[in-house]
Design a protein around this ligand. Structure first.
Ligand code: B12
Ligand code: SF4
Ligand code: SF4
Length: 338
């Protein structure tokens, strides 16, 4: 049977832009195991822990008959360029909290036994989305769509009911290599493969420790995640601005200043990033990231704020403050003052 029209209509009403169905008989274990064996997951031990389930829906839930994949467009009106750049996906409400309740609402229309996922479970979301016709895995490894470019969040429903499969999407990257060339940290060992340990998204979000010296300069102004490979994708020109724009972009996070962030204590940090994905990394890691951007900023007016952080109780903050001070002291007066 086809997916009920009531389901697709409600999906669109709730803000989803793309819906597809595929068989659960997908198995990405060869690629996934190679990726894990190469150690590209860094400290994300949770990627290893349930790798067999991540490789195939049937390993997670033997009852699943159909997989329904939903894409939600979050294309920004403009790409962040501020001195404290927060990646587009993190400038508004946490997408997990936006998408999960909507998937649950859709689940009620679908009926039957089912499970809903967004990001956090061992589910091969990108490969499923490609099989369900939402788009294809681009050379940056994320899902690209002809209609929405590289700006889609993915949500997945495993259903015990069987629905007619959609047509899988084929790859439309052609000879383009824009995303591979755009990466500031050379995180692509080969097309379609990301070495997470080198990815700024990993370094600024997943990584709990200090940021390795070799990447600090390349991180530039990025304080939470990175969009460089997504932003250059030529398919983005077909993307329209996200319908849920109000949810996915907060005015105050579009072009913030480093000075306003460097003074945040724990309580202010939590208040400012309430409901935002940024709160997940906590104040210390956030300040660590801001200090990297401060060290790269060439802005000596930040020195007094960084000197305070040099005495911070967090060793993570202290260490990065020391580095940032060193960087700014090496900037000549002429390049700083007009
Ligand atoms: C772990 C993870 C990360 C890690 C690792 C990234 C990665 N590429 O795997 C880090 C922290 C670096 C990361 C960063 C980001 N992430 Co992330 N992340 C995930 C997560 C939780 C799992 C992904 C996974 O399974 N990786 C394992 C590897 C092995 O899978 P893979 O990349 O598909 O690798 C395959 C290819 O290499 C393939 N392969 C090898 N050779 C070839 C050749 C060809 C021709 C092909 C087609 C494939 C192929 O084999 C592998 C297995 O199939 C998913 C959510 C989920 N549950 O799926 C979100 C997810 C992928 N992330 C997402 C986002 C938005 C991001 C960021 C854009 C956030 C940001 N702005 O900072 C960046 C983008 C960085 C990038 N270029 O990938 C979205 C992507 C949405 C989309 N449109 O695809 C997801 C789906 C979350 C969601 N629900 O929306 N992420
Ligand atoms: S998100 Fe940034 S650092 Fe990560 S692979 Fe893409 S361009 Fe490279
Ligand atoms: S930038 Fe080019 S190679 Fe990369 S995903 Fe987009 S079309 Fe494919």
């Amino acid at each position: 049977v086809r997916l009920p029209a009531a389901f697709t209509d409600l999906a669109y009403e709730l803000g989803f832009d793309s819906v597809g169905v595929c068989s659960p008989k997908l198995d990405i274990s060869v690629g996934l195991n190679e990726w894990l064996a190469a150690g590209y997951h860094g400290d994300m031990a949770w990627m290893e822990a349930r790798a067999n389930q991540r490789a195939s829906p049937l390993m997670l839930w033997s009852e699943v008959k159909s997989v329904i994949v939903l894409g939600m467009n979050y294309a920004p009106a403009s790409i962040p360029t501020s001195e404290a750049a927060i990646s587009v996906y993190a400038q508004g409400d946490d997408y997990h909290e936006v998408i999960k309740p909507r998937l649950k609402q859709l689940a009620r229309v679908l009926g039957g036994d089912l499970k809903v996922f967004v990001d956090t479970a061992p589910v091969p979301e990108k490969a499923l989305a490609a099989l369900a016709g939402i788009g294809w895995q681009g050379k940056h490894s994320n899902l690209v769509s002809k209609d929405f470019g590289s700006w889609l969040f993915l949500g997945v429903i495993y259903s015990a009911l069987e629905f007619q499969d959609s047509e899988a999407e084929r790859n439309h990257c052609g000879s383009c290599v824009a995303c591979l060339n755009a990466c500031p940290t050379n995180a692509f060992p080969s097309p379609y493969v990301v070495d997470a340990k080198r990815c700024i998204s990993y370094l600024t979000i997943e990584n709990k420790g200090t940021i390795p010296l070799e990447f600090r300069k390349a991180i530039g102004n990025k304080i939470y995640g990175c969009d460089d490979c997504l932003a250059v994708c030529p398919w983005n020109k077909f993307a329209s601005t996200a319908r849920l724009n109000g949810i996915f972009a907060r005015e105050e996070l579009k072009s913030p200043t480093l000075a306003s962030f460097l003074v945040l204590d724990d309580a202010n940090f939590r208040a400012l990033f309430r409901k935002s994905p940024v709160k997940r990394i906590g104040r210390d890691r956030f300040i660590r990231n801001c200090l990297v951007a401060a060290g790269n900023s060439g802005d000596k007016t930040l020195v007094p704020l960084i000197e305070i952080l040099y005495k911070d109780p967090s060793p993570l903050v202290q260490e990065m403050a020391e580095w940032a001070l060193g960087e700014l002291k090496s900037v000549s007066r002429e390049t700083v003052l007009p």
